[in-house]
Design a protein around this ligand. Structure first.
Ligand code: AHR
Length: 504
């Protein structure tokens, strides 16, 4: 059994939009408080932001961070988070049954983005609030001084507009759990009127309308069609979300879930094209996959708080999934799917970034460390930039609940013309067999291997913890080589790899 793959320099899918390596940070659990913000922490900067977390985020080279929610945003008053800290109200957060101190608001978040070297992507509350609050928020953030909201921003310490260019029109408005949940018709009309109003302020804003919360929703994919019928020419992106879980302990089924993801993206792509044709529009709408990750490890322990049995705690431990080695393989497969779908997926955001279903964990007063899934995200973000190669893959497969003939090897290739490199990300899903990889590099000229990273572990359930932070880490691979125009390597059973070659 082997994987035979062909890459041709002139045969590519699309230029990968850097924004697919974005992330999401919600006012939820300890994502903000004791995650990014902990005044008094030994590494805290003058704004009370943890320097160790800023460092780990900087390393990830994250293009955008979506904020402040999530379900949280649907009952959030952005005005609570501006002005003098001691006059900001503490509110009950209805989405997560906790308290929100509002010590961090839009100013503190955008300053943190500057420190991290990333850009903010802000979500607007279209659940409990409407068009006027949306318009006021955007004017506050981006408007000129000499107007009411711009002057208020100046009074609060920031004269120059923040220049936020990506805005989400609500969050998961199809979900009955959402504060202010709407039908597709209701939401479509509101989103369109909001988009028109924001465009009257600034035509250049990138606007993201809510698609389905997941592809198991009863309203999917009609939701997308109806919402786009209302909004098509006023928005730029439709947002999709998907979380991955292995609830039955069946690794092979779990690792085939990205085939379901692939179909979800293709279906929404077709829906976009259908609406575009119906409207005879020249405008393009792309997908913003702005929440994705593994989420299930913490479900049981979160119940007490979510059911309201703990009162209204501030920044409790919530959604603190501890990721294992199996999740490395899953995250690798998800990122490969986004690379292969780069023609239509232009933004994607790992959900979330710190402490809450996150690649980065912190201990209050203590260290920050990398979860297992930090690594596939890190390598994809650093080296998965360029053109997505359209690979021909010939590899035996297996049948699963999510698809037939799921190839044992999931592979994506990226050609960075300016850097003169090609990078391949490969996951061997085979539980017991190492698979030889033969990869023909056609039209690239000379090539040599410059980096080979491997993640494998004897125990699929191995995790990194506060006490043992390096159980699951990448190591240098051996044996990958280019002979003539063939790159060959051996992919161990259940492994993630990145192989980079210098070209020319
Ligand atoms: O990321 C956790 C939650 O998942 C978000 O708040 C919500 O948008 C989604 O259901």
């Amino acid at each position: 059994m082997k994987a035979r793959v062909t890459a041709h320099r002139d045969f590519s899918i699309a230029r990968i939009d850097d924004r697919v390596y974005s992330a999401f940070l919600e006012h939820l659990g300890r994502a903000v408080y004791t995650g990014i913000h902990e005044p008094g922490h030994p590494t805290a900067d003058a704004n009370g932001m943890r320097g160790d977390v800023i460092g780990l985020c900087r390393d990830l080279n994250i293009p955008y961070v979506r904020y402040p929610g999530g379900n949280f945003v649907s009952a959030y008053n952005w005005e609570d988070g501006i002005g003098p800290r001691d006059s900001r109200p503490t509110r009950l957060d209805l989405a997560w049954h906790t308290s929100e101190s509002n010590a961090v608001g839009v100013h503190e978040f955008i300053d943190w983005c500057d420190a991290v070297g990333t850009k903010p992507m802000l979500a607007i509350n279209l659940g409990s609030r409407g068009l006027d609050e949306a318009r006021n928020f955007v004017e506050y953030v981006n408007g000129p001084t000499g107007s009411y909201w711009g002057d208020l921003r100046k009074k609060n310490g920031r004269a120059a507009p923040f220049g936020v260019d990506l805005w989400c029109l609500g969050n998961e408005m199809d979900g009955p759990w959402q504060v202010g949940h709407k039908t597709a018709e209701e939401y479509g009309r509101l989103a369109n009127e909001t988009a028109k109003t924001l465009r009257a302020f600034d035509k250049s804003l990138g606007l993201i309308v809510c698609g389905s919360s997941n592809s198991d929703m009863k309203t999917y994919p009609e939701w997308e069609r109806i919402v786009l019928e209302h909004t098509y020419d006023s928005v730029d992106f439709i947002s999709l979300h998907m979380y991955f879980a292995n609830r039955t302990g069946d690794t092979q089924t779990y690792l085939s879930l990205n085939h379901k993801l692939d179909r979800y993206i293709s279906t929404v792509e077709s829906t976009i094209n259908l609406v575009k044709a119906n409207k005879r529009s020249k405008h393009d709408v792309h997908i913003s996959f702005d929440e994705w990750n593994v989420w299930y490890h913490s479900n049981a322990q979160d119940r007490a708080i979510l059911d309201g049995n703990e009162g209204w705690p501030h920044a409790p431990r919530l959604l603190e999934d501890i990721y294992n080695f199996e999740d490395v393989l899953q995250v690798g497969c998800i990122l490969n799917t986004f690379i292969r779908k780069s023609n239509v997926v232009r933004i994607a955001a790992i959900a979330q970034l710190v402490n809450v279903i996150a690649p980065i964990m912190t201990e209050p007063g203590g260290p920050a460390w990398r979860q297992t899934i930090y690594y596939p995200y890190y390598f994809a973000s650093r080296h998965g930039r360029g053109r997505a190669l359209n690979l021909a893959v010939d590899c035996p497969g297996y049948d699963s609940e999510h698809d037939d003939n799921v190839p044992f090897v999931d592979i994506a290739g990226v050609h960075d013309e300016e850097g003169g490199t090609a990078t391949f990300f490969a996951i061997n899903r085979h539980p017991t067999e190492a698979l030889p990889l033969d990869l023909s590099l056609l039209g690239f000229g000379r090539a040599e291997v410059i980096d080979h990273q491997v993640m494998t572990h004897a125990n699929l359930r191995a995790v990194n913890t506060l006490k043992d932070q390096t159980q699951v880490v990448p190591r240098k691979g051996t044996g990958a080589k280019v002979d003539g125009s063939t790159l060959s390597a051996s992919l161990p059973a259940h492994s993630w790899q990145m192989i980079r070659v210098r070209l020319g």
